[in-house]
Every structure is written in C-alpha cells, then in structure tokens.
Write a protein that binds this ligand. Structure first.
Ligand SMILES: NC(=O)c1ccc[n+]([C@@H]2O[C@H](COP(=O)([O-])OP(=O)(O)OC[C@H]3O[C@@H](n4cnc5c(N)ncnc54)[C@H](O)[C@@H]3O)[C@@H](O)[C@H]2O)c1
Ligand SMILES: O=C(O)[C@H](O)COP(=O)(O)O
Length: 601
C-alpha cells in the first residue's frame, strides 16, 4: 500500500474537506516531544527510556485490575486518578478501558486485542505487575502505540523460594503426608521420600529465577546443570552450574525445574517425546508457566512411572478445572500460582510497576519496556536535540511532497564521526517516521509503533551512515532526509539525485535547517518556514519582509542562498506566527518570486 497524501492543504493554510482534521493538527503544537511533555520538563534519570504520549491537562486515570500492594497504590495516587476494580469480566474491562490512560494487571487478566481496540487510542501504558507478559497481546499493544512495561525483578527471589519449597516438599511428600495426618492417619512407611543431596537438578531457563533456584539448590548439595540457549556461560560458571543441551539436561536429571517464559518456542516443551527421553523416576517442578508442559502428556508420564512426582504452581488454564486429572493426581503437589505471593515481593512489585507506569505516563524513563527499544539515558541526553531535529526534518520533507505523490521510499543519512556501532539511531528513525506520517494522517506515532506504522503504510525507511573524520565529540554532524520517486510542491527542494532532500544540524543546541535540495540555507527550526525561489535581485528581502511586517508576523530568521549573482536564489524565512492566506498570496504575487511554500513545523 502506498503512503500518500495531498499537500495543497498546507499552502491553503486551512483544513481541506479531504483532511478535516488538518487545521487543528496544524494549529496545535505536537504534544509529544523528548524535551517536554506538555509543559513539564523531563529530566532523565538512570536506566533506559521510551516515550509515550500523555494528555496535557487532565490528570491521567489508571485502572488497577488486580490486587496491588499498598505502596504502589500510594505512588499512583500522587499522580493519577486510580480506579481499583478487580474481577472484571472481559466485557467490563473493555468498557472501562476507554476512560483509562494506564492499566495495571497481574497474571489473572487477559489484555487482549479487544482491550486495545476498545480503548480507542487513550490507553498509553499497560503495566504488568510481575514478570510474565504472556497474558498481554503485545502485537496489538504495539500496533496501538501502547507501551507495555513489567516489573521483572521484585518477585525473583519469591519465585525461586517457592520453587525450592515445592522441590523439597515434593521430595518429602509434605503435602500428601499433611493431608493424611489431618485425615486421622499415621502412614510413616507410605511417605518415605527421596534425598536431594548429590542428585542432579536440571534448571530449564537460566534467567533471574532459574539462577536463584540453582544457587539455592547448590546450597542443598545438589549437582546443578542448566539448559538455556541464551544464557551467558560465565554467569553459569560463577554459580558452579554447567550449561548443557536440552536433551542432555532432561536425560541426566533426577529433578527438572522449569524457569523459561511461555513463548511459541517453549509451549509444551515437555511432551510425550521429551518425557520419553527422561530418566525413569524423574521429578518435575514448574513455577514458570503451565503452558510449557503438555499437561495430558504429564499425566501419561506419571501413570507410566516415567515421572515419579510433579510439583506445579502454574497451569495452562488458571484456575484449572476441579476434576483435572493432573491436579487430582496422588503424586502431584499443587499451589494456586503463589510463586510471587510473598508480602515482600508484592510490595516490591507494586512499587516497581507503579514507578514504571507513572514514569511512562510522564514520558520519562521506562527501563522495563517490553515492546519498545530502550535507549540508555546517557545516550538519550546526547541525542535529545537530534531527536527534535529528526522529527522536524520528517515533517518538513513530507510537506514538500506534491501532486498527490505516494511516499514509498525514504532514505535517512546520518553524518557522524562515531563508529557505526556507537550510534543508536532507533529513536531518530522513529521520530523521522513520526514527522513523516503525522502531518498527513490521524495516526499517532511514537517509539512503540513507529516501525509498525511505517510498515503498515508501505513506507520503507532505509538508513545510511557517512563516517566523518575528526573528533567525534557529538554523536552526529547532520541528518539528511531524502524522499525518492515523488514530485515536490517546491521544485527547488529536489536534489541533484532527483529526490526531495532536506538536511539539518544542531547549532548552539538548536535544530537548524541547513540544506534544501541543492541549496545551502540556515534557519532555526522553530515556528514555521517560508521557502521562496526567486530571481536574485535587490529588494526581495524588503518586499517579503514588509508584507509580513504589515501582518504583524515576526520574522525570526532569514537567509538567502543563491546559485550565482543575479541568477536564482532561495530565500528561507523563519516566522513565529502563521501568516494569513492573504499575506501568503501577496508574497506569491511578487513578480520575481518563482515558487514558494509555507511549511508548518
Ligand atoms: N509462579 C510465579 O508466580 C512466577 C513468578 C515469577 C516468574 N515466573 C515465571 O518464571 C519464568 C522465568 O522468570 P524470570 O524472571 O527468571 O525471567 P527471565 O527472563 O529472567 O528468565 C527466563 C530465561 O528463560 C530463557 N529462555 C528463553 N527461551 C528459552 C528456551 N526456549 N529454552 C530455554 N530457556 C529459554 C531466557 O534466556 C532467560 O534466561 C517466567 O515464565 C515467569 O513468568 C513465575
Ligand atoms: O510472571 C510472574 O511474575 C508471576 O507469574 C507472578 O504472577 P502474579 O503477578 O499473577 O502473581
């Protein structure tokens, strides 16, 4: 699908019938920026940052859909209106969400595509008060420009402790023996357990929880091996754990403890085939996600004696059905997804997620963004002026497209003295995309949905680096945006290569337009810009300046760039206010002016 837009509306300065929203778009400054969000300055702290849009005036509303610790609620209340509504049906959630800027859930709420659709663009951040984000439709969140953040660290120890609790309880039949004694029995020989010391534990998924489980199991005298294709070997070595392949892990293990996320690659990773490869009498602990085990296959493996025991905190369906064969199995110990449920973990998670959600709504740091690239704070502070420049160049370039041309291919050239791997351009690309798309559509673009939105519109953005010599004190010297295969409303913006080209640089911390087509210009990218091509002759600056003066339009900058004396020149005029239609017409009527265009930043 071609990305297209007509731009006569920009020169007419009023909304065209085909773009009813354009006049308000043009009249309203974009309220999404790196340096400010609304009138509030942003002071990057530590960690990483992604940006979201927030309402300028109203206090945001955050729906807390599952029980959250008091400390987190208190933090949220300082910043937002809080609606704590638990046990909502999917329909009730969809109804409420249209009034909410943020949503906080645990694992019990499914945040589906319908939720994002029902929010009609208002929902800016979903906070998952915990680790697993398998209950959030990330693709739908991204498509809707909604940031998803989680709380990945505060419940690690609680989950690891629960894993160890299940491991030891299973090995010594604690749950079964407890039920038996309470039923009035005294069955000492029935509940003889197995020892842990010297046994091999395979930790499947050697991340935060897995490595904490491994550390504790080592303390119990177990031999620990781990399977995790992405885990660094030095982390494993530091704990005294051998990283091995999947088959080797499951074949060698006396105990298997699962700690991987539920993904398409891990779904039902324990199944009939893999159970068949295990040591007879293996014992399995799952505090990760129910879906990583084929539960029916586990029942078969238990009945066949391959699996001696299982201890499960998580299930494919939660809560599992009352007559679940797995739950009712005599050699299975179960808990109702309690891994993260300690007082300490819930307090920590509530603070971690409240800070992430409030920060995201303020446009601040989101160190735990799940569906957006994270830009380290120090990189961000360096890039900040270039981010503003990038968006403005995108806005200018797209407004120069004319004749209903469809924009399909955009090339961005970064000139920098830095090594290619020392310049993170994702944020710049996202802002150029925002600048290119927002002036001609109703779509809101941010770091979350920029790539998706571009792709959906068939807009291909390629990036190119020009490596400059010299001391790379600043990250970038210039950014050029080239739009190929289009006509221009201002033919002088077409470069020697036949593309619309605009170039910008940062001067004294302020974005400047430094090139239009083949013409060197210099105008600060504030307010709006008039570009005129004229016959180079005396009096032109005065003629245009006096028309604007009569209109009380303040000129902030004016530069003239000419090909040769008395030939053609391009005059770039920065204006603080928007000239009237009449004034622009008068400028266009000056006989020496061959073409002109008014561009809104
Ligand atoms: N029961 C609970 O209450 C509870 C509490 C916390 C976490 N969890 C769950 O535990 C799991 C781990 O949490 P975490 O905080 O350690 O996450 P983590 O991201 O730190 O670790 C997950 C590890 O799994 C690895 N992994 C990914 N794909 C894999 C694959 N195909 N095979 C093997 N390993 C793979 C990753 O490399 C990573 O090291 C998650 O599913 C989380 O939802 C459950
Ligand atoms: O992924 C997690 O963090 C755990 O499964 C905890 O889930 P919960 O927040 O529903 O307790």
């Amino acid at each position: 699908m071609a990305f297209s837009g007509s731009f006569h509306t920009f020169s007419a300065l009023t909304a065209s019938p085909s773009h009813p929203n354009l006049s308000s778009k043009l009249a309203t400054p974009p309220y999404f920026s790196v340096a400010t969000l609304g009138r509030r300055p942003i002071y990057p702290r530590q960690g990483c940052m992604v940006l979201v849009r927030a309402s300028i005036d109203a206090k945001p509303t955050v729906l807390v859909a599952e029980k959250l610790g008091e400390a987190g609620i208190a933090l949220l209340k300082d910043f937002a209106n809080i609606d704590c509504s638990y046990n909502l049906t999917p329909e009730e959630l969809c109804t409420k969400i249209s009034l909410c800027d943020g949503l906080i859930v645990r694992s019990g709420t499914k945040v589906t595509r319908e939720v994002f659709e029902s929010s009609a663009g208002r929902l800016k951040v979903v906070g998952r008060a915990g680790v697993g984000i398998d209950n959030v439709d990330l693709a739908a969140a991204t498509e809707h420009g909604c940031l998803v953040v989680n709380a990945p660290t505060a419940n690690t120890v609680a989950a690891a402790e629960h894993g160890i609790a299940l491991l030891t309880a299973m090995a010594r039949n604690i749950a079964q023996a407890d039920a038996s004694v309470k039923a009035g029995k005294w069955q000492r020989s029935k509940y003889v357990g197995v020892s842990l010391v010297g046994k091999t534990l395979a930790v499947m998924g050697f991340g935060k929880v897995g490595s904490e489980v491994a550390r504790r199991a080592k303390g119990l005298g177990m031999h620990v091996i781990a399977y995790d294709p992405y885990a660094p070997a030095d982390r494993a070595r530091a704990i005294g754990v051998d990283l091995v392949g999947f088959d080797e892990a499951i074949a060698a293990a006396d105990f298997i403890s699962l700690h991987m996320p539920l993904t398409p690659a891990t779904a039902k990773i324990l199944n009939d085939q893999t159970f068949a490869k295990m040591k007879k009498g293996v014992r399995i602990v799952n505090v990760a996600r129910g879906g990583v085990i084929d539960e029916e296959a586990l029942v078969r493996a238990l009945d066949a004696g391959i699996v001696a025991q299982a201890a499960l905190d998580v299930f494919t369906e939660e809560p599992p059905s009352k007559d679940s064969k797995l739950v009712q199995h005599e050699r299975v110990t179960v808990t109702p997804h309690l891994g993260a449920s300690t007082m300490e973990a819930q307090e920590g998670v509530s603070i971690e997620i409240a800070e992430a959600v409030v920060g995201a709504l303020r446009g601040e740091l989101a160190a735990t963004a799940v569906n957006a690239p994270m830009v380290p704070a120090e990189v961000l502070s360096e890039l900040k002026p270039f981010v503003v420049l990038a968006e403005k160049l995108g806005r200018l370039a797209v407004q120069l497209v004319g004749g209903g041309s469809g924009v399909k291919t955009v090339k961005v050239t970064y000139a920098s003295g830095r090594a290619p791997d020392d310049l993170d351009t994702r944020l710049l690309r996202a802002m150029i995309t925002k600048g290119l798309i927002e002036p001609i559509s109703d779509v809101f673009v941010n770091l979350v949905n920029a790539d998706f939105t571009a792709k959906q519109r068939g807009l291909i953005i390629t990036e190119e680096r020009v490596i400059l010599h010299g001391s790379p004190e600043r990250p970038l010297e210039s950014i050029q945006v080239h739009i190929a295969d289009v006509e221009s409303r201002f033919t002088s913006a077409i470069s020697e290569a036949g593309e619309i080209r605009v170039e910008g640089r940062i001067k004294d911390g302020i974005p400047h337009l430094t090139k239009v087509g083949p013409f060197e210009v210099d105008v600060s990218l504030e307010g709006s810009i008039i570009l005129c091509r004229q016959v180079d002759q005396p009096g032109m600056i005065g003629s245009v300046g006096s028309i604007l003066g009569e209109e009380n339009v303040n000129v902030s900058f004016m530069t003239v760039s000419r090909i040769a004396p008395t030939k053609q020149a391009v005059m770039t005029i920065g204006v603080d206010d928007q000239p009237s239609k009449e004034a622009l017409k008068r400028i266009g009527d000056i006989p020496a002016i061959e073409e002109f265009v008014f561009l809104k930043l």
